[in-house]
Design a protein around this ligand. Sequence first.
Ligand SMILES: [Zn+2]
Length: 74
Amino acid sequence: MVVRMRSTRSHTGNRRSHHALEETSFTKCENCKALKRRHTVCASCGFYRGKKVLDLVKKTEKKQKKAKAKEVSK
Ligand SMILES: [Zn+2]
């Protein structure tokens, strides 16, 4: 049998030339100057575009409470 639609090595290479992963770009947070990923909420202060979006203090308190409750029930 003859392969009619054979994909050559160069065809495969040409197709895969667009498959490379992009490097993630980091920017400085305008509130706390920490490095953060673009278009995401800052992980260290919870600000996004100059506005407070996440209450990180409350969040950590909640987490600790949950961990404590888990420990007690053991
Ligand atoms: Zn920040």
